[in-house]
Ligand binder design. Sequence first.
Ligand code: TPP
Length: 334
Amino acid sequence: MKKERKDELAKLGGELLHTMLYDMLLIRRFEEKSAQMYGLKKIGGFCHLYNGQEGVAVGTAQAMDRDKDYVLTAYRDHGHAIAMGMDPKVVMAELFGKITGCSRGKGGSMHMFDVEKHFLGGNGIVGAQIPIATGVGFYQMYTKSKGATVCFFGDGAIHQGAFHESLNMSRIWELPVIYAVENNGFGMGTSVRRASAIEDFTLKAPGYDMKSATINGMDVVEMYSRMGEILSDARENGQSYLLDVKTYRYKGHSMSDPAKYRTKEELESYKQQDPILLLKADMIDGGYISDEEFKKLDSDIKVRVQESVDFAEESAEPALHTIYEDVLAEAHNG
Ligand SMILES: Cc1ncc(C[n+]2csc(CCOP(=O)(O)OP(=O)(O)O)c2C)c(N)n1
């Protein structure tokens, strides 16, 4: 390991490195189990997995001020939910459509949500979270909360009108919103090169006089460090950002996609840069963890994921009358 990398790890400290390794591995094992449960027809509807992208959600969640900052994302949201501290049991129960799920079993895979954990969803409509996040940023600016909002969306969502309208508003009102493209190279089966006139999305930022950055999302340490600086600037100075976060998804777009539009070699080359393997190798090299300890961590995580499945299995289906609940917001006096 190079000296600069060693110093960077030391700056973060062993506790944070362990937390990030644990959370990424928890998400990976959770997603593998979700795929298995989907195959067994325990999970209905759509299901989009996050394998490969774990470093993005985990690095960001750890860099955030959990009392002040918020996160929003699209439908590939199990990873963000867990990274933000949601209990895997509640996430799995939501996937199973059970009453103990975070959305009382009515949302499913695309609608994870927990306001107390500052995770504002989970959105099935491509790009829908972009104007919503802008509204959250407006609230933070208006109430002088000194918090920031991170809005994740895919490379397939960036060409929407709502994206451009949001960036313009964010800049003229000096909103602390970080618009982060989770650039995994594909929108369903369409390569970003076929759908976008430019490959470097930071080129769009100057059009709104906005700051921007390119981040390697396969490296959780880089993700954490860069996101930390960016969040501070957003909070302190009302800065908006556009980030091009380079990442890759290992599975198909959703469970029904065999991903025939890419080569095995391409997939393999990204697996060589796997965020979990990278951090594990660095931590072993730096003496933060041993191979044995990693194996123990992994088996503990597998037990925890299995417990989430057991919890979901044992939970009740929502009662019929609940179909009429959560439809309209409760009226507030005044
Ligand atoms: C407004 C809208 N148009 C189309 C769809 C269908 N759709 C679902 S996912 C998707 C691709 C989006 O890709 P991207 O934003 O890159 O996210 P990724 O799946 O790569 O995470 C499309 C077109 C949708 N859900 N909403």
